[in-house]
Unconditional design. Structure first.
Lengths: 478, 287
């Protein structure tokens, strides 16, 4: 047990979770108070002692599932694992069949795919959890085509299984069925609620399938090998440029608490910064308490000027996600700046400040940028040179010594003219010019990237591959 | 010291008896907190019953609840202890001339002149205590250090008096709305519990136990609609307490089944931002 637990903790650390020695000891203490056969309690005992940040919970869960998965003959990949689960399955199925008036049936192995789909639909309809679990097992066995020792990731099997089940079609069928049940149409509200219900059940089923695949893989390959392939980066370490759709969702979710924290921290920094000059009036007033002796000097609160921010972002395909996150972050803490203006470009450039002013909802503003902003000049491939030139002509005179200019993009210019003189001019007028590049530093200045040429005219080029780096930069800025 | 709870299930049942529906995780962590004698750091969105958890545990175990509300500028004299200067002055003046300096010096720094504040009170109390340190994320990072000694050793060191150790180990709950990252030192000393919006079934049960006069059907509808709303991209998702408010409103209005129109009219109970209300109303009616 001790060995397993220490392996588990090493893997947690590998996944990026900070687990200290005392936390390790706490975990050992904790599980001695918990009945080991209670898997859920065991999980929470470990979770409470080892994971101190909710964003890390998912990573923890994955590692936990791998290390403490249910193992036994019935989970082996080969199909001759007849165990109590099979009997249970049969019982369930008999009950199901009788309900449909279909009569006796053999094992689930003998079913045609159509019959299997029908059972699944019924299970989803009634929210029958035990049945869903049994079906997930069956589906994996039948459709995933797993072979012992085959070096394929779990996602491949998941994809194969789900493709055969056609769950999207299932949702439509479920909706139709529930309409028939009521007899007549549902109101919009009812329809929506039903749909959410079925969606959550289907999601649950998918998770069952995923868990089943993982169990089988672990049984085949052993925990350590699996943990390595399943290891997921923490949300703040996910790279903007290569995030999958799921990871994007997670990023978005973790952005909000992050901005809240950032805003609170900045406000505090502003208030509690160094002391200002002596406040004469206040000092004299307080001196009365000491008989006219100014024993307690009072100082004015410092009120540092808030910078004016001009964001110029490349929103072409490759870096769109990065621009979106930076704009969201900047606007979420826009009260830390006296003014924020936003420009977006691909090969043409357009001001989008108004989109943010009109609505409180940042996501909607971002959506409008993507659909309405006029950023295409010729062919819709990034042309930094032209965009900068137009910017200088149209808005260049509005840059003043209070403004900080933020340039976002990978500086992949498709071999157009760089027009780096614009940046040089901007820098002479503005307080600061920074360039944020979402590419890893080692890629800079390779191929058509000319970040070095632009960078030499700025106050600094920063690598911003993930939320952590972005947060650090924004804090420095405000 | 005897453990307070028999098993995880006992915690769960006990909490249920005082109308707090805990899930596996909450009950498990509360159980461990007692067995390991460690504080619990409860984190999660506002209005999910973090403070209520501490209150319910206190009610369940029949312990006294001592609460320290944190805010910016909280300091030692408000959290731990303070010397009662006026009383000390009086003492010195009362027998001027009679006592020698040593006597007075030892005398005025006795426990008689000590004003206990919540933290000190919690560990010196004779009866069982549940200590709730509310919204610990509001104090500055430096002030957090005040809590460290009491959280790990259950003792308070007073320079003039020595170390006061706990007569009994209180159950300690710290809550945080996560407006800033707490220091590693604090996190390390605590068990961590994240309380999120509950699953639909649990929320329905909560509505049923907390709102008198609500029908099973209505509760079901309410929680389903709330779940739909939580899936939207909102500034502030409705919390459990707002769900309860909404349920009470609907019961007061004598509503049996909610249609889109009624839902729209009472949305302002559930959501607190105009833009959120507009968005949810749009989603709930014909889209």
């Amino acid at each position: 047990m001790l060995e397993l637990l220490s392996g588990f903790i090493v893997e947690l650390r590998n996944a990026g979770l900070p687990v200290s020695l005392t936390e390790n000891l706490d975990a050992m203490h904790a599980i001695s108070h918990i009945p080991l056969e209670d898997r859920e309690a065991f999980k929470y005992a470990l979770g409470a002692t080892l994971v101190k940040n909710n964003a890390h919970w998912r990573s923890f869960e994955t590692v936990f599932e791998v290390y403490f998965s249910l193992r036994g003959s019935e989970y082996s990949i080969s199909e001759n694992g007849e165990g109590s689960i099979e009997d249970f399955l049969q019982q369930m199925q008999d009950a199901q069949m009788q309900g449909e008036g279909n009569g006796g049936a053999g094992g689930m192995d003998g079913l045609t795919p159509e019959e299997l789909m029908n059972i699944l639909m019924n299970a989803l309809m009634n929210g029958d959890q035990a049945m869903m679990r049994a079906l997930a097992k069956q589906a994996v066995q039948r459709f995933a085509g797993m072979e012992p020792g085959r070096p394929v990731g779990g996602t491949y099997y998941l994809y194969r299984t789900l493709r055969n089940l056609d769950l999207d079609g299932m949702l439509d069928k479920l909706m139709d069925a529930s309409k028939q049940e009521v007899g007549g149409d549902l109101t919009k509200l009812e329809e929506r609620l039903e749909k959410d219900e079925y969606n959550s059940r289907i999601e649950q089923f998918k998770q069952e399938v995923e868990a089943e695949i993982r169990r089988r893989l672990v049984a085949d390959r052993g925990a350590e090998a699996m943990a390595k392939t399943l290891r997921k980066p923490l949300p703040e370490d996910v790279e903007f440029m290569h995030a999958s759709r799921d990871e994007m969702q997670n990023l978005k979710k973790s952005l909000q608490p992050l901005t809240r924290k950032l805003a609170a921290r900045l406000a505090r920094k502003r208030r509690h910064g160094r002391k200002g000059p002596l406040d004469f009036r206040n000092t004299v007033r307080h001196s009365l308490a000491y008989g006219g002796v100014p024993a307690e000097p009072k100082f004015k609160y410092p009120r540092p000027a808030k910078p004016e921010l001009i964001v110029i972002a490349d929103i072409s395909g490759s870096v769109a996600a990065f621009a979106r996150f930076t704009l969201m972050l900047v606007y979420a803490i826009s009260n830390q700046f006296s003014k924020v203006r936003a420009f977006v470009f691909i090969d043409g450039i357009d001001e989008v400040t108004d989109y943010f002013k009109k609505t409180e909802d940042i996501t909607e503003a971002i959506h409008r940028i993507n659909t309405e902003a006029d950023v295409i000049w010729v062919d819709g491939h990034s042309d930094y040179g032209h965009a900068f030139e137009v910017f200088w002509d149209k808005w260049g005179k509005e840059i003043n010594p209070k403004s900080t200019v933020l340039l976002l993009g990978d500086a992949r210019n498709n071999y157009h003219a760089s027009q780096a003189w614009v940046i040089k001019e901007i820098r002479q007028k503005a307080r600061h010019v920074y360039w944020l590049n979402p590419e890893p530093r080692s890629y800079w200045n390779t191929g058509d990237s000319i970040v070095g040429e632009y960078g030499s005219h700025t106050d600094g080029v920063y690598e911003c591959r993930n939320l952590r780096q972005l947060e650090a930069f924004v804090e420095k800025l405000a | 010291m005897d453990p307070r709870f028999e098993s995880v299930q006992a915690v769960r049942d006990g909490l249920k008896a005082v109308n707090y529906l805990a899930d596996e995780g909450i009950a498990g962590v509360a159980f461990l907190a007692d067995r390991l004698g460690k504080p619990v750091l409860v984190e999660g969105p506002a209005g999910t019953g973090k403070t209520q958890l501490a209150k319910s545990i206190a009610e369940m175990t029949g312990a006294k609840l001592i609460r320290l509300q944190c805010y910016e500028g909280l300091d030692e004299s408000k959290a731990l202890y303070e010397w009662n200067y006026k009383k000390q002055l009086l003492r010195i003046q009362a027998d001027r001339g009679s006592d020698s300096w040593e006597d007075i010096h030892d005398d005025i720094f006795g426990s008689e002149f000590l004003l206990t504040r919540p933290l000190l009170e919690a560990i010196t109390s004779k009866e069982p205590v549940v200590l709730l340190i509310d919204e610990v994320d509001r104090v500055e990072v430096e002030t957090e250090a005040l809590l460290l000694e009491i959280l790990s050793e259950y003792q308070v060191s007073i320079p003039e008096l020595g170390t006061i150790e706990a007569t009994q180990i209180p159950l300690v709950f710290l809550t945080s709305n996560n407006t800033r990252e707490l220091s590693e030192a604090l996190k390390r000393r605590c068990l961590f519990l994240h309380v999120d919006y509950p699953q639909m079934e649990r929320e329905k049960e909560i509505v049923l136990t907390k709102v008198p006069g609500v029908t099973e059907m209505l509760a079901d509808q309410i929680t389903r609609i709330v779940r739909s709303i939580r899936q939207l991209d909102l500034k502030k998702s409705p919390s459990v307490s707002e769900t309860l408010d909404w349920a009470r409103t609907l019961v007061l209005l004598g509503v049996d089944t909610i249609d889109a129109e009624q839902a729209k009219e009472t949305l302002h109970v559930l959501l607190k931002y105009q833009s959120d209300i507009a968005k949810a109303a749009k989603e709930l009616s014909d889209d």
